[in-house]
Design a binder for this molecule. Structure first.
Ligand SMILES: Cc1ncc(COP(=O)(O)O)c(C=O)c1O
Length: 416
């Protein structure tokens, strides 16, 4: 995409020019893996963010800070919606949301009729789990390393409908995709109806072979719901490539939208089977919008998805993924195998992206996170569940090699 296309104005907000023509053309021509190592290029990108000088933020897995042009555009959207108030809501709200939905569907590679904008992954996936036509004795398969909110939602169905949840353990450093597929397959019985799988496990950063898991599950007549919270807009893929039945993601994570945006994809032939959480008889049973009645909500966030998409497309998913992978390996390669340091992330580079998890012998995850922050001014998050004990390190596009040098120094000192 040429940078001029980026000067789109929607809702009165303008993102402005990011970089000079000549500068951008020079860098855009480089192969992404080469550009990934160009600290001067990424320093310019870093310049688009307003970073706190107080600490190095390596906890970008919760939600991602917006770049300044996206934040400013979002503030413009808030002002514009406020100015037009109910007139905006009554005349433009739905058409605008539909247009954003179209852009997201194009990015995901699915028809817009199979996708809705939700407030987050939790809403997206819980809509499926709670809307499934469960019968007592039905079974569901999931992993201990899945996200807690979805695991809780399955537990709720067990209480409410008497379903049985079978929880597997994902091997941390598998030798093959088949090893992972077999773990999921071992939990399937003739009563299994739905399998949940993470595209990227949030506590370890592990990428799972989702398409192979879907093929296996379908052979058993089991539907698959994918948790894409950490994959959408971090990795280059389309939803059809995964061959799943349902897909949910948060846009305030790797797309760096303002807080409170997500997507839900439901394969066309499953839409009619799902019960909505909030009733809406304004749409036919096989129209996915029946699942989207959340009432009056912050529509300026929906609008700002446009701005986050502009920024994301301007950088380009290939450049973004290559840089994030480079950053992860920049630090993990310097500490992997060192005495006293354990990486809780697969060693095979194809099985991880931006996120990795590290432990230091003799320190609990909480103590390690606290020490990194108090002594080294490095902000991370402790993970101490589902057999994973360490701190999660999540760089983003504004992370520099120097930031990660500081992390490596700190880990080496603490391990010594
Ligand atoms: C794997 C995974 N799934 C789901 C979620 C929930 O995301 P949200 O709180 O945006 O709904 C998260 C949040 O971190 C996550 O890591």
């Amino acid at each position: 995409m040429h940078k001029r296309d980026f000067v789109r104005t929607l809702g009165g907000a303008s993102l402005g020019l990011l970089f000079s023509d000549e500068w951008w053309a020079r860098h855009a021509a480089l192969p992404p893996r080469q550009l990934a190592q160009d600290e001067r290029f990424w320093a310019e990108v870093r310049g688009q963010y307003l970073l706190t000088p107080e600490y190095i933020n390596l906890e970008n897995g919760y939600f991602l800070m917006q770049a300044q042009p996206v934040l400013e555009a979002f503030i413009g959207r808030v002002r514009e919606v406020n100015r037009q108030a109910s007139r905006y809501m009554r005349t433009r709200q739905f058409d605008d949301k539909n247009a954003v939905r179209g852009r997201l569907a194009a990015m995901a590679g699915v028809p817009p009729e199979e996708l809705i904008i939700t407030r987050n992954t939790t809403e997206a996936l819980d809509t499926v789990i709670g809307g499934f036509r469960w019968q007592a004795g039905d079974e569901a398969v999931m992993a201990a390393q899945d996200y807690g909110a979805m695991l809780d939602m399955f537990r709720l169905q067990a209480r409410r409908h008497g379903i049985v949840n079978r929880v597997v353990n994902v091997p941390m450093d598998p030798r093959s995709d088949d090893e992972v597929v077999r773990v999921y397959e071992s939990a399937i019985t003739p009563k299994t109806r739905l399998l949940m799988v993470c595209q990227m496990v949030n506590i370890t950063g592990q990428i799972l072979p989702v398409a192979k898991i879907c093929d296996m599950a379908h052979r058993h007549g089991v539907q698959v719901m994918v948790d894409g919270a950490h994959a959408f807009a971090q990795l280059e893929f389309t939803i059809p490539e995964l061959r799943c039945d349902y897909y949910g993601a948060s846009l305030h994570k790797w797309l760096a939208c303002p807080l409170g945006a997500g997507i839900l994809y439901v394969r066309r032939d499953h839409i009619a089977e799902l019960w909505p959480t909030f009733a809406d008889f304004g749409f036919p049973d096989d129209d996915i919008r029946k699942l989207n009645h959340t009432g009056t909500h912050p529509v300026h966030t929906d609008l700002a998805i446009n701005d986050a998409l502009d920024f994301h497309e301007h950088i380009g998913i290939r450049r973004k993924e290559a840089r994030l992978r480079y950053l992860q390996h920049y630090w993990t390669d310097q500490v992997r195998g060192r005495p006293g340091i354990t990486l809780n992330t697969p060693s095979d580079p194809a099985r991880s992206g931006a996120i990795a998890n590290v432990a230091v012998a003799g320190l609990t995850p909480a103590a390690l996170a606290a020490t990194l922050f108090e002594r080294y001014r490095i902000w991370t998050v402790a993970i101490d569940s589902a057999g994973v004990h360490g701190v999660r390190i999540t760089p983003h596009l504004f992370t520099s090699a120097a930031d990660l040098d500081a992390l490596v120094r700190a880990l080496r000192e603490l391990a010594a």
